[in-house]
Design a protein around this ligand. Structure first.
Ligand code: ADP
Length: 486
């Protein structure tokens, strides 16, 4: 059963039950109260008629005291009738003067009883009760019937009935309307199912559910579905791009290796220059495969970090000692260094800083400078690596942390880069609970700033953003508005 039908079914049941309950209460409560009042009235009236105890004449003649006002009843709504023991009507109120039948046709009975009797168009509430005399009241000498017209009761009934009829009509109309309206309500759900089926059939992730402009849950669902599709499409495209990039990256060194082997074969001897190229290309492939493997393991959560307390200043000095010998033409300096303790994986952090400094040296012309600094705020350690190199164009900045992204493909490859270094750097920083920021200006230089949480007992209230930007020595400040947060 579809949700639509199920909803309608549930609503019909709930609505009918609620309607029935409400109607019953609206009908029965006032009705019973009204009848109880009338019955009380009749009982009070009947109590005024009393058989005289003592007078019980031979031949069944007896005397009864009837209040004068009861006999002379002229009103059209209250009636009284006295029936002898043998069933003859012996007295009646004036308003019954031509009336020969009992008020309640069922006639006399030994116990007081209320009944509802219809005479033509009029409805009467009748109390029939025996008139008793004797010492213990055990001798029945006749019967009394008092009655009231139930005209107010009837008009009440009619009113309630009309109200119920209108209520029922309105309920039915709204249900019919609901049946008519629900399909349009659920249309986006059908659309989602259709799009999902189309995607499965045609393998086409570019399809989307049409925008209904609705702000309710179903509109939300359609929007969320479209967002999911968009993300899936992007992931799918990224995966395809990755495949293409990996194949491309591997093809270049493989071609070089093959070419040099062919050359040596033709020459019939080993050529040291060719062997060097083969080795370099093999190293490049090994690096690429190693980086890819690392990222794949990081993606799947299979790359454990061996976290331990680290003196970040010592670690940075170690990095400095290793990288300063990388280039004789670019000057690597440490400008400021604070004592900072962080929790981290020393090997991964070293890899991160070496990667960034290596890039800085790689993209800085001769005579340039690469500066390292470490400062700290209450909760964050801030490492800044600045170079005076070629910089990164504004348009490329948002992409440089993407896999295989290179600003200048030819130059970067010629310098041994695969375009994976910054993706790995970003992963390492985020795996440590930190963030990495970059600012750059072409021709002037690039700054990478990293914030890592320091070891502290306190809860971090300070935001990572403020740690990177608020510090007085921030190079980010100086570089102005081009800071990109990735
Ligand atoms: P690669 O291994 O090619 O260097 P990365 O992921 O490390 O790849 O860097 C991506 C790209 O970002 C590089 O190709 C380069 O164009 C640019 N880049 C990274 N660091 C710097 C820097 N310090 N100065 C200028 N450009 C940089």
């Amino acid at each position: 059963m579809s949700i639509q039908k199920r909803l309608l079914f549930i609503y019909t049941i709930i609505f009918s039950a609620a309607f029935f309950l409400a109607s019953s209460i609206v009908y029965w409560l006032p009705r019973n109260q009204l009848l109880a009042e009338i019955d009380q009235n009749l009982t009070a009236l009947a109590a005024t008629v009393r058989p005289e105890n003592t007078i019980l004449a031979p031949g069944g003649i007896f005397r009864i005291t009837i209040p004068e006002n009861l006999v002379t009843l002229e009103t059209a709504s209250t009636f009284m009738m006295i029936i002898a023991k043998d069933g003859d009507i012996v007295a009646r109120s004036n308003n019954l003067s031509n009336y020969e039948a009992y008020l309640d046709p069922a006639g006399p009975r030994p116990e007081p009883e209320f009944s509802q009797v219809r005479h033509g168009k009029t409805l009467l509430r009748v109390l029939t009760m025996p008139l008793r005399t004797g010492q213990d009241g055990d001798e029945i000498v006749g019967y009394l019937q008092v009655a009231r017209l139930l005209d107010t009761y009837e008009s009440f009934n009619r009113l309630v009935f009309t109200a119920l009829l209108i209520g029922f009509g309105a309920a039915t109309a709204s249900l019919i309307l609901a049946v008519g309206l629900t399909p349009s309500l659920f249309k986006p759900l059908d659309d989602i199912a259709t799009v999902a089926r189309q995607i499965t059939k045609a393998d086409d992730l570019s399809r989307r559910v049409p925008d209904t402009g609705r702000t309710d849950e179903i509109g939300d669902l359609a929007q969320a579905f479209n967002q999911t599709l968009e993300r899936l499409e992007r992931l799918f495209q990224a995966q395809q791009r990755l495949m293409a990039d990996v194949s491309h990256e591997l093809r270049t060194p493989l071609t070089a290796v093959r070419g040099n082997i062919d050359l040596m074969k033709r020459m019939g001897e080993t050529d040291p220059a060719s062997l060097t190229i083969i080795q370099e290309e093999a190293d490049r492939m090994a690096r690429l495969v190693g980086d890819l493997l690392l990222l794949a393991r990081a993606d799947s959560g299979g790359l454990p970090l061996h976290m331990q307390p680290i003196e970040l200043d010592d670690l940075l000095f170690e990095v400095y000692r290793r990288v300063r010998v990388l280039s004789e033409t670019v000057n690597v300096v440490v400008t400021d260094i604070d004592q900072v303790r962080v929790m981290g994986d020393p090997d991964r952090l070293k890899q991160l800083f070496i990667n960034l400094v290596h890039n800085a040296i790689k993209f800085t012309p001769d005579g340039g400078e690469v500066r390292l600094s470490l400062s700290k705020t209450e909760l964050w350690a801030r490492i800044v690596i600045t170079d005076t190199g070629i910089g990164i164009p504004e348009a490329d900045l948002p992409h440089i942390f993407e896999r295989f992204y290179r600003v200048d493909k030819a130059r970067s490859r010629s310098q041994g880069g695969s375009g994976l270094g910054l993706s790995i750097a970003k992963w390492i920083v985020e795996a440590h609970g930190g963030e990495i920021y970059v600012t750059s200006e072409t021709g002037k230089g690039t700054t990478f700033a990293i914030a890592l949480p320091v070891m502290t007992e306190k809860q971090p209230e300070e935001t990572v953003e403020s740690a990177v930007t608020e510090n007085g020595r921030s190079t980010l400040r100086r570089l102005g508005t081009s800071r990109k947060r990735r």
